[in-house]
Design a protein around this ligand. Structure first.
Ligand SMILES: [Zn+2]
Length: 113
């Protein structure tokens, strides 16, 4: 149920923005989703449709901009984007990555009426 709690915070953020802007309705919520977040866009939309019922965001469409994973190698310090499921360092071949980015889920912007 990870997606459900995440979706509730997305809704809260979107509603707060809409209130600030004096909007009547939220039509679109643009999100940034990290490749390593483990979150699936279609599940988030599914939960969003559910939790947004009766709010300004009811019926809003979610869009997702995917950002790739980014690793730093613990052995040689190189920073790299993993090539699919191959997480080994392209410089020294070690498999000791630390995630530098790619876990995020952010509300980038909202579109209102
Ligand atoms: Zn390395």
């Amino acid at each position: 149920m990870h997606e459900l709690s995440v979706t509730q915070s997305i809704l809260e953020i979107a509603l707060a923005h809409a209130k600030e802007a004096g909007a009547g309705r939220i039509v679109k919520v643009n999100l940034v989703i990290g490749e390593l977040s483990g979150l699936v866009g279609e599940f988030i939309q599914f939960y969003f449709d559910f939790v947004s019922k009766g709010t300004l965001a009811e019926g809003a469409e979610l869009t997702f901009r995917h950002v790739p994973a980014r690793f730093r190698c613990l052995d040689c310090g190189a920073e790299y984007e993993p090539d699919g499921a191959d997480w080994a360092c392209p410089i020294c071949g070690a498999l000791r990555p630390v995630a530098m980015g790619g876990r995020e889920l952010l509300v980038e912007s909202i579109e209102v009426e």
